[in-house]
Design a binder for this molecule. Sequence first.
Ligand code: HEM
Length: 144
Amino acid sequence: MPPNIHPLIVHFPIALLLTSVALSWAGLIWQGKSLDRAAWYTLLLGLAGALFSVISGFLAAAGVPADSPAMATLTTHRLLGIAVLVIFGLQALCAWRSKGVYSRNKRILHTAIQIVGVALVVAVGLYGGELVYIFGLGVASALP
Ligand code: HEM
């Protein structure tokens, strides 16, 4: 069995994607300070991290027995992880197509998608933490 690298990777997309949204919102307030560019590159790095998290997550999940009590939480976590990849992928596609210039309505839609994205990132992290700290997935048994 190869080593489980999921816990090594997951903190990157969580930090990068949340930072990207924060930079993008800061760019609405302080315009002309390259915050939008910073948001764009952070988004790309976060997306790469999310892709590797999903791949490594599936590899980590392959070792979990089907009758594990963690299965329901794992299923929710998996769906949230995939949703994070899809929603931020969509956001990158929209930003790339519009070159970062939005009409008022598109800006509102973009911001709404960002809010959903932030909620999904927080939720995937919470469920991931539950898998480890409540169900003990991916950890050796604690010493008595
Ligand atoms: C954006 C995608 C994802 C993120 C950000 C993410 C995040 C996390 C986090 C924060 C943890 C807890 C790690 C720790 O505290 O050390 C975790 C654990 C876990 N995640 Fe994910 N996850 C993602 C996608 C997935 C997917 C698609 C699966 C596949 C089913 C998955 C399976 C697991 C498993 C099995 C664990 C338990 C610990 C382990 O065996 O590594 N994750 N995840």
